[in-house]
Design a protein around this ligand. Structure first.
Ligand code: NAD
Length: 488
């Protein structure tokens, strides 16, 4: 288990020797003491990245791609170890880290490994006699700040395209979940990434994070986290005119129409809200259901929710683990109290589990609350195993409820009516829409939001554009240019 900062190709202590205690959310025990990067450590990482960036950016794209492909292979070979590490650090059940998070991490690095030499420029037809070619140029050094909910997967989402495009990176994992990023850095060093191309600086947002955002040597900051902090990032980045990419919060609308396949919608909705204990920006946190099928759906859904096996995430049969920190568990519990005070009717869950074996962990039962769509808990991001329920009568009413929040990240709908499906998908205020499914992601499909969910996109060609700048080069091949000042 690596516990030190990764700077310039080696693991090093923080300059002032500071450390952060990383806790296991299952029982609160100390998993590791990890070096804590502060401003001076970030500065060191930027110097290392600046030294590495020019050669990395000039390397043949296929060679950069080959290193990313090798890293994907190394992650697959290390999958058993990496999934246990991620499970202990975050509380995600082992069955999910082993079957979803780590395979998706490898797949994303592989996708961008293949992308490196396919992302090409263009030639623009301009005036006769000129050749105008446009090449995507790397930005240089990019800063990447990630949250704690999918730490290993977010390494690939951010590092994959940035590295494929020829940038060097300085990444700050969340202070409570730094372990998998350090392991990815170790694997990258083993497969031959040049020193300084990847730098990992675990630390707090107010110190290490802010330094990344304000450092004049960093060309762009890609931030995933809460909307409140994201706004501060955009403000702080303005002083250096740094480019900013923001992946922020969400409040996913999941609309079930009267003609939906109800068993499929029940299963898809349960995955949409309870996977990863609901700690997902695209979680299906608002069920918006036609009143004629609400009772049947909710009977099935609450029975399923109550049957979910909550427990030690290291047990392969566990279906839902603890939330990732005590502070966050308390925040979600306090939202359940807010729901009650707003007249919400708790249909299932609503508290920590009674099992004494889970008493020291950050556990909460899968919770469903029927409440007015204007209630705080139906508009603010709770980010836990907590779903609100709202009924509607017409398609217009469903859309009005769905679009009544400030966020616009992911949303879903369940129907067998083809034109309704596409019409509602078009009218949903969201960057991503799933029809008859929920929460699908793929490295080729652009991921991101609108409104208070941020701007810019991860994944696909869009991500390569995020990490490159088009440079237009004009060549006078044989153009005859009359003198502008005839006297000369
Ligand atoms: P957060 O905003 O508190 O922290 C995110 C990261 O930013 C952490 O690494 C943190 O240390 C850092 N940070 C905090 N203050 C900072 C500052 N002043 N300057 C620079 N960096 C700072 O969010 P969180 O609680 O870790 O994560 C949960 C949030 O992330 C939720 O709102 C969730 O919706 C969002 N999220 C969004 C996406 C997406 O793709 N849109 C994906 C996952 C999570």
């Amino acid at each position: 288990m690596q516990t030190r900062l990764f700077i310039g190709g080696e693991f090093v202590d923080a300059l002032d020797g500071a450390t952060i205690e990383v806790l296991d959310p299952h029982d609160g025990s100390v998993l590791a003491k990890v070096a804590e990067a502060k401003e001076a450590d970030v500065d060191r990482a930027v110097v290392a990245a600046q030294a590495a960036a020019p050669a990395w950016g000039r390397m043949a794209a296929a060679d950069r791609g080959r290193l990313l492909l090798k890293l994907a292979d190394a992650i697959e070979a290390d999958a058993d170890n990496l999934s246990v590490l991620e499970t202990r650090d975050t509380g995600h059940p082992l069955r999910d880290t082993r079957n979803l998070d780590v395979p998706r991490t490898a797949a994303t690095f592989r996708y961008f490994g293949g992308m490196a030499d396919k992302f090409q420029g263009s030639v623009v037809p301009v005036e006769a006699g000129f050749l105008d070619y446009v090449t995507p140029q790397p930005l240089g050094v990019v800063g990447q700040i990630v949250p704690w909910n999918f730490p290993v997967m977010f390494c690939s989402w951010k590092m994959g395209p940035a590295l494929a495009a020829g940038n060097a990176i300085v990444m700050k994992p969340a202070e409570i979940t730094p372990m998998s990023a350090l392991r990815i850095a170790e694997l990258a060093a083993e497969v031959g990434f040049p020193e300084g191309v990847i730098n990992i600086v675990p630390g707090y947002g107010a110190t290490a994070g802010q330094r990344i955002v304000t450092h004049p040597g960093i060309a762009k900051v890609s931030f995933t986290g809460s909307t409140a902090v994201g706004k501060g990032v955009a403000r702080s980045a303005a002083d250096t005119l740094k480019q900013v990419h923001l992946e922020l919060g969400g409040k996913g609308a999941n609309i079930v129409f009267e003609d939906a396949n109800i068993p499929a919608a029940v299963g898809g909705t349960a995955f949409g809200i309870f996977h990863n204990q609901g700690q997902a920006c695209i979680a299906a946190s608002r069920l918006i259901i036609h009143e004629s099928v609400a009772q049947e759906f909710l009977e099935r859904f609450t029975a399923l929710a109550a049957s979910i096996k909550v427990g030690d995430p290291k047990d392969p049969s566990t279906e839902m683990g603890p939330l990732t920190s005590t502070m966050h568990r308390d925040r979600v519990l306090s939202y359940i109290e807010v729901a009650r005070s707003e007249g919400g009717q708790v249909l299932t869950g609503g508290k920590a589990p009674d099992d004494p074996a889970l008493a020291d962990g950050c556990y909460i039962e899968p919770t469903v609350v029927a409440v007015d769509p204007s209630a705080r808990v139906a508009c603010e991001e709770v980010f836990g195993p907590f779903m609100t329920v709202h009924t509607f009568r017409t398609d217009e009413e469903a859309l009005q409820i769905a679009n009544s929040v400030d966020y616009g990240l992911g949303g879903g709908l369940w129907t067998n009516n083809l034109s309704r499906a596409h019409r509602v998908a078009r009218d949903l205020h969201a960057g991503m829409v799933w029809i008859n499914s929920y929460k699908r992601v793929n490295p080729g499909s652009p991921f991101g939001g609108i409104g208070q969910s941020g701007y810019g996109r991860e994944m696909g060609f869009e991500a390569m554009r995020e990490y490159t700048e088009p440079k237009a080069v004009w060549v006078n091949v044989d153009a005859q240019i009359p003198p502008f000042y005839p006297r000369g």
